[in-house]
Structures are given as structure tokens and as C-alpha cells.
Design a protein. Structure first.
Length: 393
């Protein structure tokens, strides 16, 4: 079968690229080895798809080549995607910090993208795996489980290694290497931490499911202020997931459990106003009762506030505002929301997403070494990079 464009990968970036290219008159074949398009879209945002962020800007992205994302993000903005969502009548809301979620479910976004593909005439074929790719005089020749496909332009939109149960694989990296590209080391990003230190592990297990609102978590010069969540295996929650993208094995993370309080001043004030109140009781007003009890048992000796010296209160304040944790590791690609690393963007055009090594070969979305922060940024990169490539394929 001969076609103008073959897009491999029917996820967010691949769908965007396919219908945008088809809308400008290109004959587009979109293939995916999975039995359903957009599986990651369906599970994102707790099933409600955090499809973009109103405050998207290049600073929200992590890459070995930090300027690479600027062109695509400027040419297809969050407001462009929001306009399409509105045009399709998909109800949505801002959850917090500019994060936009569907009111109903993620399938509303996937349905919108599939509708766009159908209207534009995209030929979508699922359950189709690619065995080999060759460069020919006029483009690329693909051998697949559905036969042979020939195309002028080939787009790799196969994503990273995160969540292999949804079909993630290293296929895109193999294609990149085949055509002379460097692939930067990959690792799990936006991923929970595991804890093995016995005392802390026991505390995490006891508090599993407990969330602490508005914490400030820092590592390697990066800080994120959001919730944290205790799990049976360690620590998770938005602030932890964010900082995990900057963490390396052996690093310590710092957690301020109460960044909205000047704890030294506040504790001193509480001691003056409520001298007979026990520390455990006071902490129970800031955290859950169970967490307050465990903190009092593991970190402090709980006694009436009047029995603490100023120095002891300062030590308590320091522990609560600068809790230092050394994770044993992360939960890995199994639960990671993204893959850090990937195809080296210095070998790809930032304007067109075309390979600088193999004309007619394009890379979009997560397969590239561009990773966004939590909160819709990765989807916006998928929309922007897919759109950028679609103008040139």
C-alpha cells in the first residue's frame, strides 16, 4: 500500500499529527500495535485526562536541550487545544494550578481526537505491529503484520517506556538508532519513591493512604509545592512525583510539611497561649490524628508545651520544616507517568520535528528527550509536537 504519511503510534502526539496532516490534504495511515487507540489518554488524570495546563511555558519542561521545545509550544499553544475542546462541546474545569480536566471522563478527549481523524480521512489501523523499516529512494518501506506500506514521510509517535502494561516499549528508540540517532539514557519520571529504611518504611506503611496538603518538596535546586501521599512502599503524591524527575539515586529530598507557617514563631505562640496542650494534640490539629501520634512517637517526646525549652521547640520546627529523606529508589516504569531521556533533540529540527539524519523521518511526543512537569504539560507537548510535524510531513 502506498501513502503519503505513516504515523506509528496512536497516542496523543500520533493522533494530533495524523488528523492535522490529513486536514491539509495528505493521505495518512495511522497504525498502532495495541487493540485500542489512546490507552494512556484514557487512564490519565485519574480517568479524567488532565489534557493541558493554562500556564504552559518552556520552563515547565525538562530536556538535555532546553530550548528545543520553545518553537512547537509557541506555534500550537494550550489555547489552541482548549479552543478545539470547546468546539467539540467537551465540558472541563480547572482543578488547580492551571490544570484542566474533563468534567466527565477521559474518553471525551479521545473521542474528540478520533472524530477529528475520521473527519480528516485518516486511515486508522490497530493491532498492527511493524517488523521492519527501510529507507528507499522515495521514502520509507514498512513490513507489518498487516502487509507492506510505503510512504514519503514516516512519523514515530510511539512514546516512552512508562507503564508497559499499556503497551509501552522501546520501539521508537530502536528506529532512532537504526537511522543514526543518539538516544539519551532513559529513566522513570513522575514516579513514586520507595523507602527501605526500617523506621521510615514502617511509618509509611502505617500511614498508607494518608495525604498531607500543601508541602514543599525540594531536590537538586528544584522545589514543588503540592500534596504528598504516604504509600505502602514509600512516598507519592503530586509534589513527590514532580521532584522525582530531578532526583538521582543517592540524593536526599527535603520536605517542608508546613511551608505556610513560621514554625518557630507559631510553636512559641502556642506555648504561651496553650501551655498545657500536649505536642501530640497540637500536631493532631495540623495533620491526621494517626500521623500526629506517629510523629510524636518516632520524632519527638510528646509532653505539654510548657515543658519544652525554646531550643527544643526550634528542633521540632526544624524537623517539621526540613524533613530529610533518602529514597531507596523509585517504583520504576511500572507506575511512572513519563520517561525521561529519549531521542536526542539536537539531532531533530525544533521547527519541523524532522530528523537531521534521515530526511522524511519525524519524531513527536514522549519518544523525544522532552519531559513536562505534572499537570497537563506532557499532553501539551504531545499536541504541540504532533501539530508541528504535521505541517511538514
Amino acid at each position: 500500500m502506498q501513502t503519503d504519511v505513516v504515523v506509528i503510534g496512536a497516542g496523543a502526539a500520533g493522533l494530533m499529527c495524523a488528523f492535522t496532516a490529513a486536514a491539509r490534504g495528505r493521505k495518512v495511515l495511522l497504525i498502532d500495535h495495541a487493540n485500542k487507540a489512546g490507552k494512556k489518554i484514557l487512564m490519565s488524570g485519574g480517568g479524567r485526562c488532565n489534557f493541558t495546563n493554562m500556564y504552559t511555558e518552556p520552563a515547565n519542561f525538562l530536556s538535555g536541550n532546553p530550548h528545543f521545545c520553545k518553537s512547537a509550544l509557541a506555534r500550537y499553544t494550550q489555547w489552541d487545544f482548549i479552543e478545539m475542546v470547546g468546539r467539540h462541546g467537551v465540558p472541563y474545569h480547572e482543578k488547580k494550578l492551571g490544570q484542566l480536566f474533563c468534567d466527565n471522563k477521559a474518553s471525551d478527549i479521545l473521542g474528540m481526537l478520533l472524530d477529528e481523524c475520521e473527519q480528516a480521512g485518516v486511515d486508522l489501523r490497530l493491532d498492527t505491529s511493524v517488523q521492519s523499516i527501510e529507507k528507499g529512494e522515495l521514502g520509507y518501506l514498512l513490513q507489518s503484520s498487516a502487509g507492506e506500506f510505503a510512504c514519503q514521510s514516516l512519523v514515530i509517535a510511539t512514546g516512552g517506556l512508562s507503564i508497559p502494561t499499556l503497551g509501552a516499549s522501546g520501539f521508537g528508540y530502536q528506529v532512532a538508532r537504526q537511522f543514526g540517532h543518539s538516544v539519551l539514557p532513559t529513566r522513570a519520571g513522575l514516579v513514586p519513591f520507595t523507602i527501605t529504611e526500617p523506621l521510615l518504611k514502617s511509618m509509611c506503611e502505617s500511614l498508607s493512604g494518608t495525604s498531607v496538603e500543601d508541602c514543599l518538596v525540594s531536590c537538586n535546586g528544584q522545589s514543588f509545592r503540592e500534596n504528598i501521599l504516604f504509600t505502602h512502599r514509600g512516598l507519592s503524591g503530586p509534589a513527590i512525583l514532580q521532584v522525582s524527575s530531578y532526583w538521582q539515586p543517592g540524593d536526599t529530598i527535603e520536605i517542608n510539611l508546613l511551608p505556610h507557617l513560621d514554625l518557630v514563631e507559631w510553636l512559641d505562640e502556642q506555648r504561651r497561649e496553650r501551655p498545657n496542650t500536649e505536642l501530640k494534640t497540637l500536631l493532631g490539629e495540623l495533620f491526621t490524628r494517626k500521623m500526629a501520634t506517629l510523629l510524636a512517637e518516632h520524632w519527638f517526646v510528646s509532653k505539654p508545651l510548657k515543658q519544652y525549652s525554646a531550643a527544643e521547640l526550634a528542633e521540632i520546627a526544624e524537623k517539621l520544616s526540613n524533613w530529610r529523606v533518602m529514597p531507596a529508589g523509585t517504583e520504576g516504569y511500572r507506575t511512572a507517568e513519563v520517561t525521561i531521556g529519549g531521542v536526542d533533540t539536537r539531532e531533530v529540527s525544533s521547527k519541523t520535528m524532522e530528523s537531521l539524519k534521515a530526511p522524511g523521518l519525524y519524531f513527536v511526543g514522549e519518544v523525544l528527550d522532552v519531559t513536562g512537569h505534572l499537570g497537563g504539560f506532557n499532553f501539551q507537548w504531545a499536541w504541540a509536537s504532533g501539530y508541528a510535524a504535521a505541517q511538514y510531513v
